[in-house]
Design a protein around this ligand. Structure first.
Ligand SMILES: [Zn+2]
Length: 755
């Protein structure tokens, strides 16, 4: 922090010496402009250069400090307006540059941006600590907080006051001076370790290139070969085939390559990322981060970091998280073992009775079972799932549910591959802008995400439209062949678009009310996945890229029948990662653990994970929890899945998947509210009841509505749940409740009239 202040003072000095130069600097750095004259105020990417960030961060922090000083030095009695609201509005410029920087350093980074991250993030962490540990500022916030009932604040104002007070406390405002200093140092260290972790992982992923000759690629479909051939050519090895550790490159090889040694080679390389005892090794970083997080939680009065995290979530306690995860773990693992039993004879046929089933065999034989028992060939399905079609699908869905329209928009972009749309509401009012950036490149982190370049807010009573961005790593087009997505990729597109809608529909009065609980965040995204492969919607968008034929009923039926296939495996690898994340953050000691050994004990020894299934992430490349916002939070996906599957039942129960009234209620009670209410309150307002875990278990095939004739005897012993009957009862209950509410209203109206 000191470094930044002195730099800023130095810069000010130079500026005053060469005053004529200042206007030039201002004109040259887009972040120094108060308003961006672009469509929807989107960042002027065409003018933003890497060298603009550092001075913008410096000025942003300095302005923020001035604004905080102004609040602190006020001689007026602390009020909502002069303290809480002033605090909520402060740091606007810093917020803006940090938002753009954060998004770009994930979507389009380079060495310079990475070096800057390593410098900026620790400085930002320190900056934020100085503010949240500012005693005088906290005294004022506390005064407003304690007087919040007497002051007669409105619901939003009261909630903002409570949220800000809590965030101060969670950041250490109640600690002694000595402990505050200790916490600051921990935060700074954690921040720089997180940056190191991400840099190492990107280096490990990019360092690996597997060039293969055609004779080793038997079984691999032509579409995959074409892409690999093009990749190799771009890398200077014409005629060979290049596979990388990007999932969109590796998974097809694991799924189709007959050559078992090839599958083993690439999968082992994937699993070893960050664990190669080289300069990019993440083991020590992980152990240190876990230890530091424990120390942080301890300072703040919690038993473990998991306690600290969950206290602020819907879950509330680690026990509630373990109850959910462990409750699903056993049926999932049992199901996965049955899935392996079905694949075993195929492996034995190929490699003899003595062969062991290995983790790199799973995708390959799962695909074989899928073809044999469900006659579903994903390559054939993909011909109907071009990216353009899938995009048409989400646009159609958004229009049917919410009446909104997406139109191409000409706006500056940071990369030529970006597409931009404006999103228009049913009353023709603009809702916001939406960027898409679909395909992998070396400058992009792996995975898929949605974020904002401009947050929704209010300025002078007017709604400021958000600028939202969806970034993916989808299979690219090859030559004249369009990008044909896998079933997973289509689901991902719906998922990220769900996050985008959550951002676009936001209509929140104060910035501090925008955020929702982490375990609520994935509800708006995951719920959209439920529509992706519904027959009604497939008929709208799944059109063969060569023949223009609509996906035949027979294929749709096969997709549905196979939808729970391999879910034992999928659920187990997901839960394994969620559990290992939670376990390492539930540590109650600062001793550094041997991360590989710790994971093996927790998953394989204690919970019986079989070696044929690897957790979706091992610690050394688990960027969600060491380089993202999901530490002790990978369970969020599972928690939210309980919510999304149950919420989707509201549409099912209405008798129309596109029911406008239900969609309207979902938008009003959930999507538009940001974090202005507790997640559970929003959920109940929409659903009229608490979430029921059963819909999720049914969707994953872990309890059965109907017994699958292909499954073995053990499946028949599983509990049978009649979800249709439950749904009917729930619909009846909510009908009765509506009726009662109507009656109460009528009574009230009658009383009013009588008076
Ligand atoms: Zn998500």
């Amino acid at each position: 922090m000191k470094r930044f202040l002195s730099l800023f003072a130095f810069a000010m000095m130079i500026m005053s010496m060469f005053a004529c130069k200042e206007s030039e600097i201002v004109a040259e750095n887009p972040f120094f402009e108060a308003v961006w004259e672009t469509p929807y105020g989107a960042p002027p990417f065409d003018r933003i250069k890497t060298e603009h960030f550092k001075p913008a961060f410096e000025r942003g922090m300095s302005l923020h400090n001035e604004e905080i000083d102004h609040i602190v030095n006020s001689s007026e009695k602390p009020t909502f307006q002069n303290t809480v609201l002033a605090y909520d509005n402060s740091g606007e410029m810093l917020w803006r540059v940090a938002t753009v920087f954060g998004m770009l350093s994930a979507a389009d980074t380079d060495d310079e941006m990475q070096a800057l991250s390593a410098e900026i993030y620790p400085a930002l962490a320190a900056h934020s600590d100085v503010i949240t540990m500012n005693d005088k500022l906290f005294e004022r916030v506390k005064a407003v907080y304690e007087g919040r009932d007497a002051a007669g604040l409105g619901a939003d104002e009261k909630r903002l006051t409570e949220k800000i007070y809590t965030s101060f406390v969670r950041s250490g405002a109640l600690l002694s001076a000595e402990n505050k200093e200790a916490l600051k140092q921990i935060n700074e260290k954690l921040s720089s370790l997180g940056v190191d972790f991400g840099r190492n992982l990107l280096a490990e992923t990019n360092a690996y290139q597997l060039f293969v000759s055609k004779d080793r690629l038997k079984g691999v479909p032509s579409g995959v070969l074409e892409a690999a051939l093009a990749e190799a050519k771009a890398a200077g090895k014409d005629g060979e085939y290049l596979f990388t550790l990007q999932k969109s490159s590796m998974l097809p090889l694991l799924t189709y390559a007959d050559d078992r040694a090839l599958r083993e080679e690439i999968y082992k390389a994937y699993l070893k990322r960050g664990n190669n005892d080289n300069e990019n090794d993440n083991k020590a970083i992980v152990a240190e981060m876990a230890s530091l997080r424990y120390q942080k939680a301890k300072l703040l009065g919690y038993d473990s970091y998991a306690h600290y995290v969950t206290a602020d979530q819907m879950a509330g306690t680690p026990a509630a998280v373990y109850e959910l995860l462990e409750g699903v773990w056993t049926p999932a693992l049992e199901q996965a073992k049955r899935e392996m039993d079905r694949m075993m004879p195929m492996l034995e046929k190929d490699h003899g009775k003595a062969a062991n089933f290995e983790s790199w065999d799973w995708w390959y034989y799962a695909e074989k079972v899928r073809e044999r028992d469900y006659e579903l060939n994903e390559e054939k399905v993909r011909a109907y799932l071009s990216l353009e079609n899938a995009k048409g699908g989400i646009f159609f869905l958004a229009n049917r549910l919410y009446g909104i329209t997406l139109r191409p928009l000409k706006a500056p972009t940071y990369h030529e591959e970006c597409e931009v749309y404006e999103v228009i509401d049913q009353d023709d009012k603009p809702l916001g802008a939406l960027y898409f950036d679909f395909h992998p490149r070396a400058s992009k982190q792996g995975g898929a995400w949605c974020g904002t370049y401009v947050d929704q807010s209010y300025k002078d009573g007017e709604r400021v439209c958000p600028v939202v961005s969806v970034v993916c790593n989808f299979t690219p087009a090859v030559g004249s062949k369009p990008a044909l997505l896998t079933i997973d990729e289509v689901e991902t597109l719906f998922h990220e678009f769900g996050h985008a809608l959550h951002n676009l529909f936001a209509d929140v009065k104060y910035r501090g009310l925008a955020g929702v609980e982490g375990d609520f965040v994935e509800l708006p995204s995951q719920i959209l996945e439920n529509w992706a492969f519904s027959a009604e919607l497939l008929k709208q968008y799944a059109i063969h890229y060569q023949t223009d034929e609509i996906m035949p009923d027979e294929m749709i039926e096969k997709i549905h029948k196979s939808s729970t296939f391999n879910e034992g495996f999928n659920t187990t690898e997901l839960l394994a990662a969620a559990l290992s994340d939670f376990d390492i953050h539930a540590l109650t000691s600062a001793d550094k653990v041997d991360v590989a050994e710790f994971e093996r004990k927790a998953l394989n020894e204690k919970r019986g994970l079989i070696t044929q299934i690897e957790p979706r992430y091992h610690y050394t490349y688990f960027s969600h929890i060491f380089d993202g916002g999901y530490s002790a939070g990978y369970y969020f996906y599972t928690w939210a899945e309980v919510l999304d599957k149950d919420a989707f039942q509201a549409f099912v129960e209405s008798g129309d998947l596109f029911d406008k009234a239900t969609a309207e209620r979902f938008r009003r009670e959930v999507l538009s509210r940001g974090g202005s209410r507790d997640g559970m309150d929003m959920y109940r307002a929409f659903r009229g009841a608490d979430p029921d875990k059963n819909a999720m278990l049914v969707a994953r095939g872990l309890v059965r509505e109907e017994v699958d004739t292909l499954a073995d005897e053990r499946v028949r012993e599983m509990p049978r749940v009649d979800t249709r009957e439950q749904a009917r009862q729930r619909a009846e209950r909510s009908r009765q409740e509506r009726e009662a509410a109507r009656q109460a209203e009528a009574d009230a109206a009658a009383t009013e009239q009588a008076e």
